[in-house]
Design a protein around this ligand. Sequence first.
Ligand code: PSV
Ligand code: MN
Length: 391
Amino acid sequence: MIDLSDLTAVKSALRAQRIETPSWAFANSGTRFKVFPQAGVPRTPEEKIADAATVHRFTGAAPSVALHIPWDRVADFGALTRYARDLGVEVGAINTNVFQDEDYKLGSVTNPDAGVRRKATDHLLEAISIMDATGSRDLKLWFSDGLNYPGQDDLRDRQDRLAEALREAYARLGGDQRILLEYKLFEPAFYATDIPDWGTAYAHCLELGERATVCIDTGHHAPGTNIEFIVAFLLRAGKLGAFDFNSRFYADDDLMAGAADPFQLFRIMYEIVRGGALDPAYGIKFMLDQCHNIEAKIPAIIRSVMNVQEATAKALLVDRDALRAAQREGRVLESNAILMDAYNTDVRPILADLRTEAGLDPDPIAAYRRSGYQEKIVAERVGGDQAGWGA
Ligand code: PSV
Ligand code: MN
């Protein structure tokens, strides 16, 4: 059993944890078969930010919201940033979109056509200008580029084109801005993807320099992949920059973080704690990247934030001295039991206390339900076009 008599260090680490919400999670979404619209869904970036601020109001742990361009393009990003700050949140990572334009059918920055590559790279540069205007530090890059058929294009040339575009974006970064490079095993390309795995992302980040790091989207791996190994490896190499948390059963399911495999989330967070990377000063961004197609969005995002907090609390409870001793002495069963003891501890009362101490309701979802916010947005957000992912 875990000794819960002195939780001072655990609580202060949990108090410092920040989780970023994605603007697109508040909008309508679905599968390629159907998008089910929901009443009260935001119509503008401002309304998405208001929803993100609501998640922060009830959790106290989600003080920034990632934007996605062009879905969140506005005329005045300075004004949008001030609007967000007035509501108590910051603009987080700027996500680029080079996957929803006719021109990108054969790829964006890896396209065989130099004109298309120019257009895609210009979009990356535009996103950095948006970072300048919003004070955002992170440019998050995900490329859908890839091939459906063997022989369709030259695999190696595409890596050269990718490297060239990344170099240009990297050279444009200013101040403490950085690139978070995301990978994804497959989809929409099925034969070959230009950044299919962490190794490829890592190699490109190494080429770029110290301000380029890898973003691990938990949904972007083959079934059974040991993601905590990737975390440990990248942390050791100083190349882990961020997470896009979500849950998967089969592919890029984008379900609520911690819903499908809370044990995996715990194992990931244990490597973060073990690597000393939980402290916000370390610079890892803990983001959600998920969609709520059949469930109510705001409470689902609150639930996801809580799930990440619970996995983190369990990871913090691991008796690391005892674990290390057992590992060094080769006591296999004991090592495993030490980890499982932490995982099997009910940390919900600890997090409830923490919230109460911070002046929050110990049950954020119940508090949200009682607040009347959902009824208010359903009543007010009538007319106009609901935001969606535009697929
Ligand atoms: C791609 O599947 C991805 O995970 C990237 O992070 C995007 O930014 C996000 O989804 C939304 O398209
Ligand atoms: Mn992602």
